[in-house]
Design a protein around this ligand. Structure first.
Ligand code: FAD
Length: 285
């Protein structure tokens, strides 16, 4: 059980995604084989917000769980799903021995009409968790945001909503990526005061190309500290040096987190096992 593991040891986990193009899907199994050799405590598999490719998430999650023998968390979003869709996926997960779901609302897909959005079955991740809790045997995890979710007016209201996820059955949280550890430390303090008692995994994404930072910041809303932007200024044009500096930044970030008592690290691997291996070898071997 993952909950027992959080109590007993420091954990290291990875996130992977199912490639969007079918032609690239087979390569994902090589990625998983290579990541598996790094012996993570669990691997989570992302899910397209609209849900149309949920089968790919289940397929990769099943491979991790049943072929590699590594605990798996399948992400699931509810923004584009009906109750029966979620129950259908839950059934498939049960058939493939997957017990854990990262229950997310997801972002509104661009092609969803106002009417569809307004009449969706679940407004928030906590509603979906409540439903899964009552209708399935799944264990649930949720997402949290050290710099607050972009729709929230304040950290206070975001934390109130986070507490709803804990009450709805979340057993642990995985954080949005962040580059400045001070945000995470401050978040942990506030979450603690708010009554969040379940483990929180710190999400770290290594930035290895100058182009990556733009998309990452746009998607996550995370702040870029001067120490990181200085790296782009210095190495941005030199691919090899930029990669090295980005990996080094992530290693330093993780070391600092561990020195400050953060026990659970979740690496957004971007399906790059070599990069993940360099980080793991520097920190854990
Ligand atoms: P919620 O918890 O519902 O929160 C969304 C907003 O609503 C927040 O501002 C919150 O404060 C507010 N809110 C929550 N509950 C209430 C309430 N009861 N009343 C009023 N307001 C409320 N997206 C994908 O499409 N696929 C993925 O695989 C995926 N994986 C992710 C993994 C991690 C670790 C993280 C951090 C994010 C991931 N996302 C993924 C992105 C995520 O779907 C978006 O960030 C989305 O905008 C919010 O999802 P959520 O589950 O946090 O939503």
């Amino acid at each position: 059980m993952l909950q027992d593991m959080f109590e007993q040891k420091r954990t290291l986990s990875f996130e992977v995604f199912p490639p969007k193009k079918d032609g690239e899907f087979d390569a994902a199994f090589d990625v998983l084989n290579a990541l598996g050799k790094l012996e993570p405590d669990f691997i989570s598999v992302t899910y397209g917000a609209g849900g149309s490719r949920s089968g790919k998430t289940v397929e990769l999650a099943s491979y991790i769980q049943n072929t590699l023998g590594i605990d798996t968390i399948a992400h699931m979003t509810c923004v584009g799903s009906k109750k029966e869709d979620l129950l259908g996926i839950a059934e498939k997960l049960k058939e493939t021995n997957i017990d854990y779901v990262l229950a997310l609302r997801g972002d509104r897909p661009g092609d969803m009409t106002d009417e569809q959005y307004a009449s969706r079955d679940f407004a928030h991740a906590s509603d979906m968790m409540q439903f899964l809790q009552e209708n399935t045997q799944l264990h649930l995890a949720g997402a949290c945001y050290p710099e607050k979710h972009y729709e929230s007016f304040s950290m206070e209201s975001d934390l109130n909503n986070l507490l709803k996820k804990q009450k709805a059955g979340a057993e642990f949280f995985i954080s949005q990526l962040f580059f400045d550890n001070d945000y995470f430390y401050s978040f942990l303090e506030k979450a603690d005061k708010k009554g969040i008692t379940i483990p929180i995994c710190a999400g770290v994404m290594p930035i290895v190309t100058a182009r990556q930072i733009g998309t990452t910041v746009k998607l996550s809303g995370s702040s870029v500290p001067k120490a990181l932007s200085d790296l782009f200024a210095t190495y941005g044009d030199n691919r090899q040096e930029m990669r090295k500096a980005g990996i080094d930044y992530a290693i330093r970030q993780i070391r600092d987190l561990q020195e400050n008592g953060v026990s659970n690290i979740h690496i957004y691997t971007m399906n790059k096992p070599k990069m993940a291996g360099e980080i793991v070898n520097a920190i854990y071997r």
